[in-house]
Design a binder for this molecule. Structure first.
Ligand code: PLP
Length: 369
């Protein structure tokens, strides 16, 4: 399917590999959809919060009209929550949109973007999409090596992407280290701090990155409603940055990038503390369940701060694919990470206790094959 349309850097893009949808696995393996367990995309095992369903039902009547292009109510709610003015907030069609918008708004073709080995796949795609040069620093213990990232910054660097916690490895950088890094980053470089899993952090690891935004005009904090808030299918995320940066982002984004239902649902979910709490408790328990099982099976894993765990399922480069295929045949969908350069590993999301148990049983079978 090669052709000569478009710039070379677009033709060179390897498309994002999403987690397999349940319906696709059912078709491919002749399984009943209802029996399939999906732990592949770090989605919320409790699904959509009831509060968000109600808000959406009420918003349906207005769907004949365009959404509020400025997201007034949602930005107001976020402004309250994070104690920043509303004009410091940019809404995105998922935080994926925010990452792309940042690359488009801030990076010229040929300039460079710094990100880490084993960090979120979208950083490479966002860089490639604008024809940027990729500076990929080696990971340290499967996570970001901030000293290496700092040293890698060049005069032509415009953007640094940091995922904290990181996906797919689950690693975490403590607040003090991030702040020390921010203090040293040259002012011509914007740091995107992608905190898609922030809500899963234990109390003692939590910090308010929105406060750093007040101090650093070159910091952009990115958050999402896809994970802890259970709204992955709606696509809502947001950025917090000072007005000069926010203004640039808003020039690049599509005016109606967040739809009306998504805006209504996000406001409801943001205020649904019970739902967040329930999710956090389930996550802590599920993590313990996985760790106990991996220890018992003698499997190496990377300690995770997110709602998923990266586990090593064999020593050869075929291990991840082999175990993944066995899991699929047993109706369990997880995420192979060969594309990240981790072919011996699989990433599994934390689900409900019975889903986790089904995965552990299927994994035990797969490893014995
Ligand atoms: C899931 C994820 C996102 C974005 O998800 P959206 O659904 O686009 O908001 C961003 N960063 C990381 C590290 C993620 O894992």
């Amino acid at each position: 399917m090669t052709n000569n349309y478009g710039p070379e850097y677009i033709r060179a893009i390897a498309p994002y590999q999403a987690g397999k949808p349940i319906a696709e696995v059912a078709r491919e393996f002749g399984l009943d959809e209802a029996s399939i367990i999906k732990l592949a995309s770090n989605e919320n095992p409790f699904g959509v919060p009831e509060s968000a369903r109600q808000a959406m039902a009420a918003a349906v009547a207005e769907l004949g009209r365009y959404p509020d292009a400025n997201g007034f109510d949602l930005k107001g709610a976020l402004s309250n929550r994070y104690d920043v003015p509303a004009d410091w907030i940019t809404l995105g069609n998922g935080s994926n949109d925010i990452l792309e918008i940042a690359a488009h708004a801030l990076v010229e073709r040929g300039q460079s973007i710094v990100y880490s080995q084993y960090s979120f796949a979208i950083y490479a795609l966002a860089a490639q999409g604008v024809g940027a040069q990729h500076i990929v620093t080696p990971a340290k213990a499967y996570g970001h090596d901030l000293s290496a990232m700092l040293a890698a910054i060049r005069d032509d660097t415009r953007l640094v992407f940091i995922a904290n916690p990181n996906n797919p490895t689950g690693t975490f950088i403590p607040a003090a280290e991030i702040e020390a890094f921010l203090a040293k980053v040259p002012s011509h470089v914007v740091v995107v701090l992608d905190e898609a899993y922030n809500e899963f952090l234990a109390q003692q690891d939590q910090f308010e990155s929105a406060e750093w935004v007040k101090k650093y005009p070159n910091l952009l904090v990115s958050r999402t409603f896809s994970k802890a808030y259970g709204l992955a299918g709606l696509r809502v995320g947001f950025a917090i940055a000072q007005p000069a940066l926010t203004d640039l982002l808003n020039r690049v984004r599509q005016p109606f990038n967040v739809n009306s239902l998504a805006q209504a649902a996000a406001i409801a979910a943001l205020n649904d503390m019970d739902f967040l709490q329930k999710g956090a408790e389930n996550n802590t328990a599920g993590y313990q369940q996985y760790v106990a099982a991996f220890d018992k099976l003698g499997l190496e894993y990377v300690p995770s701060y997110g709602n998923f765990v990266l586990v090593k399922v064999g020593d050869d480069a075929g291990a991840g694919a082999r175990v993944n295929l066995s899991l699929l045949k047993q109706g369990v969908i997880v995420r192979p990470v060969g594309g990240y350069g981790l072919p011996e590993w699989l990433r599994v999301s934390i689900g409900l206790p019975e889903e986790n148990e089904a995965f552990i049983e299927a994994l035990t079978v797969a490893l014995a094959e």
